[in-house]
Design a protein around this ligand. Structure first.
Ligand SMILES: [Mg+2]
Length: 196
């Protein structure tokens, strides 16, 4: 599978539209498309999704939101559908047998809802352990790790998961600091995913 990095979704998109086999791109929401506490998606990210939609690529949000935050994911999905002119699906754990990322059920549910094979899909997210490993376990063709954006963060992610990522990334060949992410879609050398 392809492991790629880019500073943000805007930086990733011009490279993604060149992949002629690509049928579907799923996005993590929090810290990937917008901040954790931000009510909507910034215009730059909307523009990136609109460009993908214009190339006939199907889109979805795949988020581990639970409880009251599920409504926010659905609302942003509807908002993005209006703005991009293409249906932007939403998958949260309750849509995937209650399993959360990195469980492959989340990504399988997203591909199934869009009517595409995992081998034609790419997932974009800001967390290696949830977004990259999860999509690879579901057989997605590729992944893009982006630098986290926006205000706020989930407390557990900030205290427990980001420090683990910070330690893991250099070993896996990924950048750690935002300034070290490229401003274009960059392919890392093919690697075998770590055992999970
Ligand atoms: Mg995230």
């Amino acid at each position: 599978m392809l492991r790629m990095v880019a500073q943000d979704v805007g930086a990733a998109v011009s490279g993604l539209i060149e992949l002629d086999w690509l049928k579907f791109v799923s996005f993590d929401l929090d810290k990937t498309l917008t901040g954790y506490v931000t009510p909507s998606v910034p215009e730059e990210a909307v523009g990136a999704l609109t460009l993908l939609a214009g190339h006939g690529i199907k889109l979805a949000l795949v988020s581990n939101a639970r409880g009251g935050r599920i409504e926010r994911v659905r609302r942003i999905g509807d908002e993005l559908s209006d703005k991009t002119g293409a249906r932007v699906g939403t998958i949260v754990p309750s849509d995937a047998t209650g399993q959360a990322k990195p469980h492959p059920a989340m990504f399988e549910a997203a591909a199934k809802a869009a009517g595409v094979e995992p081998g034609t899909c790419i997932h974009v997210g800001d967390q290696f352990c949830k977004d990259i490993i999860g999509a690879e376990r579901a057989g997605f063709a590729g992944t893009v790790l982006v630098a986290p954006i926006g205000e706020g963060d989930h407390l557990g992610v900030r205290l427990l998961q980001r420090p683990v990522e910070f330690a893991l990334r250099p070993i896996l060949g990924y950048p750690t600091r935002t300034k070290n992410f490229p401003d274009h879609l960059h392919h890392l050398s093919p690697q075998t995913p770590p055992h999970v």
